[in-house]
Design a protein around this ligand. Sequence first.
Ligand code: ATP
Ligand code: PRP
Ligand code: NIO
Length: 486
Amino acid sequence: MSSFRNMALHTDLYQLTMMQTYVQKGLQDQKVVFDMFFRSLPFGNGYAVYAGLEQIIDYLTELAFSEEDIAYLESLGFKKKFTELLRNFRFTGDVYSMREGEIIFPNAPVLTVEARIVEALLIETALLNIFNHQTLIATKASRIKQITGKKTTVDFGARRGHGPQASLYGARAACIGGMDGTSLVKAGNKFKLPVFGTMSHAFVQSFEKEEQAFMAYAEENEGNVVLLVDTYNTLRSGVPNAVKTAEKLKERGKTVDGIRLDSGDMAYLSKEARKMLDRSGFPDIKIAASGDLDEYIIAELENQGAAIDMYAVGTKLITAFDQPSLGGVYKLVEVEAQGKRNPRIKLSDNIEKIITPGRKKPYRIINSRTGRVEGDYITLADERVPEKGRNLLLFDPVNTWKQKTVEDFEAIELQEKVINKGKRIISRPEIEEIRSYRETALSRFWEEHKRKKNPQVYYVDLSADLWRLKHKMIEEMRSHFLKQQS
Ligand SMILES: Nc1ncnc2c1ncn2[C@@H]1O[C@H](COP(=O)(O)OP(=O)(O)OP(=O)(O)O)[C@@H](O)[C@H]1O
Ligand SMILES: O=P(O)(O)OC[C@H]1O[C@H](OP(=O)(O)OP(=O)(O)O)[C@H](O)[C@@H]1O
Ligand SMILES: O=C(O)c1cccnc1
């Protein structure tokens, strides 16, 4: 059972007042389509990593109002006719989504909801809350892991997350994005993530001597002995005491597995520590580093030739330090009336904010010759699948002169149905599966899209039919308002 069970009230008040209005006016069964997407990439990155789908599915499939919820809403003044509907309220719609771990881009619908208007409205807050949080952390983790490569890289952020839920689901998202594990035991247990840990300064301080702390710990934690060496003086005390501990353990056929650096110049200290450990006959003792790290500092350390085997990142990962929100949105794109599906649009002075109307399908266009991704291509849902063997014209929907033709391609549909009439219809993947899906998906992108600074902008294009529909609707709206003014 997930902790997303009691989330019916995890919604903004206006959803409920609007829902009440539909119920009072008898409009609650109107079928609508909403798209969830985001508008710009976080951290100046070239892509984002989709995370949170499992929690979205749990939330939707377990959505129910308790008697206490209903009593509270009545105390706020909601009418009986409306609260009666809430008593048996369930999400009964269909949901289409990209796979969790997918590499995602601005303006492509990541998840699409087809449901009764009252259901589709209620869920906006929770859907965005889950998506915005986990996708942001997964993307940050992916940036970090791209720098650390094969070196074990773990989440140490639990104490610095914005509350227990953020640390827990942040650890999950971090592992989807690329972290190899977490220090948070609850996340390890709940999501089957590898857990990692060393020792704290308090532990070292609590003993008379550093060496005693190391020895006591080593005796009781065989197989996971990582000694924190910076409490007093890294090179004069910590590392020599770690060597002494390793020598004593060796006599008993046991080992010290690693040391952890947590302050000072970690490039210099790691290189010196490496020399000392090697000279003393302990080339297998690994060096871990932590302390205010992020992808930028780690890149610096790697450039300086730091002898670090493992990185731990806390605050800057779990809080997505340099960008507090993804800014994902959930927008109405179609309304059914008298059995007819009508696309809907929302205008904006900012052309990039004008919603692409209609029920759509996003595809990823893979160049068959190179195996690499060329761009995303969004069609209307009832358009034919872009055909292999034909030339496909990709053009930027805003700057339409930016075009390219892909000759030999495969179009992979990005969304699949995950909920049918309120019931989950996909299996529950392990985090390991989601992680490796993300890894394979990312490997199909050109390095230009993956670099940390000024990545190449990725094409998210509209089919010609969709583009025409959008512009026809914009024109119709504009001329309608012009007529009204004159
Ligand atoms: N060689 C290096 N190159 C670039 N940045 C480094 C290097 N070594 C450490 N850093 C980073 O520099 C910052 C150093 O921070 P600061 O001097 O405030 O504290 P500290 O050395 O960690 O000591 P303390 O924990 O005692 O405050 C940290 O963010 C650390 O990750
Ligand atoms: O710096 P972050 O990336 O957030 O990584 C987590 C930090 O949390 C711990 O410090 P803290 O001072 O909380 O505890 P400690 O005494 O055990 O080092 C740890 O030693 C890291 O420095
Ligand atoms: O295990 C550790 O060393 C650890 C875990 C969380 C935060 N700081 C350190």
